[in-house]
Design a protein. Sequence first.
Length: 123
Amino acid sequence: MSKNPVIPYILIFALGIGLIFFMSLYGIDQKKEIADGDGEATEEGTKEEGASSEFDAEAVAQQKCIGCHGGDLKGSVGPNLHGEDKDAKELHEIIKNGKGGMPAGLIPDENIDDMVDYILTLK
Ligand code: HEC
C-alpha cells in the first residue's frame, strides 16, 4: 500500500507518456518504410486494379504512346505495336534507349518489362 495517494496517478501518467512516445517512434518507423518501399504504400489506391504489378501498362500507353503509335496502338507516326515480331529483349531496348523517332526514357526502367509484356499481348 502506498502512503501517498498520488503515486498511482503518477504511474498512469508516466505510462501514458511512454505509450505516446512509443507510438510516435513507431509512426516514424512506418514513414521510413513507406519512403523506402519504392513508393508502394503511398501509391496504393491511386492505381487501377493491376494484375500483378502496380504499373498499369495499358493506361500509361494511353497517355504516353498513342500520340505516335495511334489511338489503338495500331500505328501512325510510330509503327503498329500489334502482332509485334520483335522479341521482348529488342522491345525492351527500343523502349529504354529509343530508336529513330522513338524517344528514350518514356517509361521508368523498372516498368519497361511490364510495358513489353503488354505490347506482346496486343494481337
Ligand atoms: C514521339 C513519337 C513516339 C512516341 C511518343 C512513342 N513512340 Fe514508339 N516509336 C516511335 C517511332 C517513330 C518508332 C519507330 C522507330 C524506328 O524503328 O526507327 C517507334 C518504335 C517503337 C517500338 C518498336 C516497334 C517495332 O516493331 O519496331 C516500340 C516497342 C515502341 N515504339 C513502343 C513505344 C511505347 C511503349 C511508347 C509509349 C511509352 C512509345 N513507343 C511512344 C515513335 C514514338
